[in-house]
Design a protein around this ligand. Structure first.
Ligand SMILES: Cc1cc2nc3c(=O)[nH]c(=O)nc-3n(C[C@H](O)[C@H](O)[C@H](O)COP(=O)(O)OP(=O)(O)OC[C@H]3O[C@@H](n4cnc5c(N)ncnc54)[C@H](O)[C@@H]3O)c2cc1C
Length: 557
């Protein structure tokens, strides 16, 4: 495949800031209460994030509120793949795959610092594999389809691997029945950081964004929705807006019912979990797909730094939508899959982190959630509220575009989306290979902040002690906590350790040890009282304790 050398894209200069975008909570709250917006987006997951960015980039006066933290719902708990989804080809949904692969390409162009290419490996086994050598040919046909409908855009076509080539990628894979492998290429991103970067990009374009702000009710004017009544930090105020978007994921029905008494629930939550083990226990360099014995399911094992993430499940869920964790049974299921495929024996003691989330699927109660389609649904209700549900992380930009198209109709405006080639903050002018080659702190910061890493670097230059790591064993620096408080609306220890960094997922116990130090920095930066800092630390410790007890329920004391 011949590709031309790239020239400097036209929008790079305008999308690169000279000073950091600092966000001040008190000023944002005042603005929300005082202004009248064209559109208010409720829900700060990836769907709401791209909707508010789309609106702001079209020049609309746009706001977004999030009841907890940005990405604290499903959007920090995904498998983190920005992908076409090979499984959807198997389901016959080629259109979703084609479309997702185009969106993957746009994500990689607009956020090259956050969305990275990732090789996926399917081992071909003599028996007990996902498919045996006989069926590998048929499977390769699927991979050709994947390449042809858009996979090629990543710059590499799928490959057949010999046994030594497979073992070079996954040295601890059980070799007894191994006949070779098939490798193809997709991408992944830290989902929470992606959401944060999207909402910050919207803020840079003039949108007003706030976390810790819950829509308790809707404002109505002549039977049409006209804003929301909001609580934030114990204050209650009204946000007035000519159009309102409900992007609250698995909570969508709650808000739709506030807009329309006759609303019938649409969302069927499907739970999925991931667990994390140290890399030296499962030595892989890519994502390996393995069968779960005795069940028509497969799991993926993905290297992430010095860890490996194992996932996922897909089951109906009836519990609280605000308290979703990986259970003992779910952990055992994933460990069993990994133990069958890899040498050595993983036990619950090896699990250093876990996470559970809910897919906001739309549809009836029939059949397995795994077989339900992942397409999005956008409706305009009787009261004019635009509701969006379903979809995927990967297709969020396009969903945002379609949502704001509907909003434009509600407002009686005309105009087209501008997000297809809109760089996210830190993405313009970013050179992934050069940053990776620089190594050390520079590469770590580059891969999280893109060209905005210079602002975190400035903090370290002013106070070199901020270069010290904040969580033992992980590369995050103290400077990133300072930056999270000043520029990323982090309010609590949990915001920092669960989403501004992923310390809770990748090193749960070490994150507990770091909680006090994080609290101290937040206290100083946000002017918190000693009691507020203590409460933030205690809440984090209690949340982690709860997560761990759900995970280990049934384990020997
Ligand atoms: C296990 C799992 C794996 C997945 N893997 C992938 C993957 O690899 N690739 C992919 O593309 N997709 C994946 N997905 C799908 C993807 O993660 C979801 O489609 C997406 O994150 C949904 O985002 P959302 O914004 O619609 O919902 P959410 O992220 O849940 O956002 C909704 C937000 O609304 C807020 N909210 C609720 N009520 C209110 C209120 N009254 N006021 C203010 N705010 C409110 C919530 O706090 C929440 O933050 C996966 C999903 C799961 C569960």
């Amino acid at each position: 495949m011949i590709t031309m050398p790239a020239r400097k894209p036209r929008r790079t200069a305008a999308a690169t800031r000279r000073t950091p975008l600092l966000l001040d909570r008190a000023a944002i709250k005042r603005q929300l209460a005082d202004e009248t917006y064209d559109v208010l987006v409720i829900g700060g997951g990836i769907t709401g994030a791209y909707a508010v960015l789309d609106a702001a980039s079209r020049g609309l006066r746009a706001a977004l509120i999030e009841k907890d933290d940005f990405a604290s719902g499903t959007s920090s708990k995904s498998s983190k793949m920005v992908h076409g989804g090979l499984r959807y080809i198997e389901q016959g949904n080629v259109n979703l795959v084609r479309h997702s692969l185009l969106e993957r390409h746009r994500f990689r162009k607009n956020a090259p610092h956050l969305v990275h290419r990732l090789p996926f490996l399917f081992p071909i086994l003599e028996k007990d594999g996902i498919f045996d050598a006989r069926l590998a040919k048929g499977f390769e046909g699927l991979l050709w389809t994947y390449d042809l409908v858009g996979g090629w855009r990543i710059g590499k076509l799928h490959q057949r691997l010999t046994v030594p080539e497979v073992l070079a990628q996954a040295p601890t894979l059980r070799a007894e029945n191994l006949r070779g492998g098939l490798m193809y290429f997709d991408a992944r991103a830290d989902d929470a950081r992606l959401v944060l970067t999207i909402v910050r990009t919207a803020a840079a374009l003039g949108a007003t964004i706030l976390n810790g702000a819950k829509a308790e009710g809707l404002l109505m004017e002549t039977d049409q929705v006209a804003g929301a009544r909001v609580t934030a930090d114990g204050d209650t105020f009204d946000i007035r807006s000519r159009a309102v978007v409900n992007a609250t994921g698995v909570w969508t029905d709650e808000l739709d019912a506030k807009a329309d008494d006759g609303h019938r629930p649409q969302v069927r939550p499907a739970k999925g979990v991931h667990i994390v083990v140290p890399w030296d226990k499962v030595r892989i360099n890519c994502t390996v797909t393995v069968p779960i014995p005795g069940r028509a399911r497969r799991a993926t094992c993905t290297r992430w730094g010095n860890s490996v993430v194992l996932g996922t499940t897909d089951e109906d869920y009836q519990g609280s939508r605000d308290d979703v964790h990986c259970t003992r049974e779910e952990m055992d299921f994933l460990l069993e899959g990994a133990n069958t495929a890899f040498e050595g024996k993983l036990t619950p003691d090896d699990v250093i982190g876990s996470i559970g989330g809910l897919r906001p699927l739309v549809g009836g109660g029939e059949g397995a959630t795994l077989d339900m389609r992942r397409d999005h649904h956008i409706t305009v209700g009787r009261t004019g509220m635009v509701t969006v549900t379903g979809g995927k992380l990967t297709t969020s930009r396009h969903m945002g575009e379609l949502v704001i198209n509907k909003v434009m109709t509600v407002l009686g405006h005309r105009g087209k989306s501008r997000t297809t080639d809109l760089p996210l903050l830190g993405g313009a002018g970013y050179d992934a290979e050069a940053v990776a080659a620089s190594g050390g702190v520079a590469a770590h910061l580059g891969e999280r902040f893109g060209t905005e890493a210079r602002f975190v670097g400035d903090l370290i230059q002013d106070d070199p002690s901020l270069a010290e790591p904040i969580v033992a064993g992980l590369p995050y620096t103290r400077a990133e906590v300072v930056y999270a408080a000043r520029a990323e609306l982090a309010r609590s220890v949990d915001d920092v350790l669960s989403r501004r960094t992923r310390a809770r997922l990748f090193a749960r116990d070490a994150s507990v040890t770091a909680a006090e130090a994080v609290g101290a920095i937040l206290g100083q930066e946000l002017n918190l009282t000693e009691a507020e800092v203590e409460r933030s630390v205690a809440e984090y410790l209690a949340a982690v304790h709860h997560e761990k007890s759900v995970l280990l329920e049934g384990a020997a004391a």
